[in-house]
Design a protein around this ligand. Structure first.
Ligand code: PMP
Ligand code: GLU
Length: 403
């Protein structure tokens, strides 16, 4: 085939399209063709957006709230974010310290564009969420991957972190509870991170998007509680995608130091201008309305978590750290690497295994390689009990079929 006339920019050649969204699209296409695919891939609550939130969106349209809004988001929504951060966590922010963006992913993008550039290194503990490294790379900076260990429940070992820090380190991205492991960072790890951040002027990006989906009653330790000075160099990322089942509305928010938020607003003013006016009104209803929905969703996930943990760990050779939050499990399936399928294919890695599971068992999962951890495969359990039961049967059979 002839090379296309138009060359692409180097930056786009460096990155891959989001693998979570790619597997989800593949699963949905197969389903549309009539295949009985069970989709454990994309991380999206299987709940509908609460009715009062949808009503607020509809009312916004009917009232003609359909024009550009202020770049950082409407003031009442930024006030509502401040209110939630104060009420739920005791953190004090002013509206000019908040940016509302087109989803949390976009907030991370704005942060990276505002903070990082060529020569900068950003520490990313792995397993990591698929979009962190490309977002850092798109800013021209270098992601530096810090390995976490399954044996210590994917907590961060300060001594390991130390090995990856250099004079070029500008920041670190934390995600607790984590996508894909569901693990949380211990107070000890956060203390060490906070100390290094203070000593070396790192920015700490705390992606708290799963903080309403936590199992157990203990309050999670948080970087902002390590030392009050850290609020001057920490960005909190959150949004309504997971907490209010609003993935399609595209509303996320960042809280942080005023000058960084102002810089992110400059970027936003020259890219998306503002998040959808209608979606902002819906998010306002979510944050200001009753807060029982996130809890109900969390409670509904508990029996599913118990079921999938039991089913996975009953399979020979499979280990799985029990998630403390989120709706993912990240089993280690590497005991099956090197084995062969009936048709003679060797399963060499997580990509081959996920392909095999999709083709042989019609199970859509995301290979661990996408999260920087090849021994694992991610399953989202934000799906019905019926799908979980059938899915775990298919998984056990498909793995047993490998010789
Ligand atoms: N952070 C993490 C860890 C995620 O899993 C996601 C995926 N939805 C996001 C951020 C961003 O979510 P959204 O853009 O839908 O707000
Ligand atoms: N964050 C979810 C996931 O990891 C949604 C898809 C995406 O944005 O990556 O599956």
């Amino acid at each position: 085939m002839d090379a296309p006339i138009i060359e692409l920019a180097a930056r786009v050649k460096e990155i891959k399209a989001s693998p979570t969204l790619a597997v989800d699209a593949k699963a949905k296409a197969l389903k549309a063709e009539g295949a009985d695919v069970l989709n454990f891939s994309v991380g999206e609550p299987d709940f509908d957006t609460p009715p009062h939130v949808c009503e607020a969106g509809k009312a916004a349209i009917d009232e003609g709230f359909t024009r550009y809004t202020p770049v950082p988001g409407i003031l009442p929504l930024r006030e509502a974010v401040c209110h939630r951060l104060a009420t739920d966590h005791g953190w004090r922010y002013q509206p000019d310290q908040i940016q509302v963006s087109c989803g949390g992913k976009h907030g991370l993008y704005n942060m990276a564009q505002a903070l990082f550039g060529p020569g900068d290194e950003v520490l990313i503990p792995a397993p990591y969420w698929v979009s962190y490294p490309p977002i850092v790379q798109l800013a021209g900076a270098t992601p530096v991957i810090v390995p976490l260990d399954e044996a210590s429940d994917f907590d961060l070992d300060p001594a390991v972190l130390q090995q990856y820090a250099t004079p070029r380190t500008r920041g670190i991205i934390l995600n607790s509870p984590s996508n894909p492991t569901g693990s949380v960072l211990s107070a000890r790890a956060l203390e060490a991170i906070g100390k290094m951040a203070l000593e070396n002027s790192w920015v700490v990006i705390s992606d708290d998007i799963y903080d309403t989906i936590v199992y157990g009653d203990d309050k999670l330790p948080h970087i902002l509680e390590v030392d009050p000075r850290l609020s001057e160099q920490t960005l909190i990322l959150n949004g309504v995608s997971k907490s209010f089942a609003m993935t399609g509305w595209r509303i996320g928010y960042t809280a942080g130091p005023k000058h960084i938020i102002a810089a992110m607003n400059k970027i936003q003013s020259q890219s998306t201008s503002n998040p959808s006016s209608v979606a902002q009104k819906a998010a306002l209803a979510a944050l200001n309305g009753p807060q029982d929905f996130p809890r109900q969703m969390r409670d509904a996930f508990v029996p599913r978590l118990n079921f999938i943990m039991e089913a996975l760990t009953a399979i020979e050779g499979v280990t799985c750290v029990r998630p403390r939050g989120s709706f993912y499990v990240f089993p280690n399936l590497s005991a099956y690497f090197g084995r062969q399928s009936q048709d003679g294919r060797v399963i060499g890695d997580s990509v081959a295994l996920a392909d095999y599971l999709l083709e042989e068992a019609l199970l859509a999962t995301v290979p661990g390689a996408a999260f920087g951890a090849d021994q694992f495969v991610r399953f989202s359990f934000a799906t019905s009990m019926g799908v979980l039961e059938e899915g775990m049967k298919r998984l056990a059979d498909a793995l047993a079929g490998l010789r």
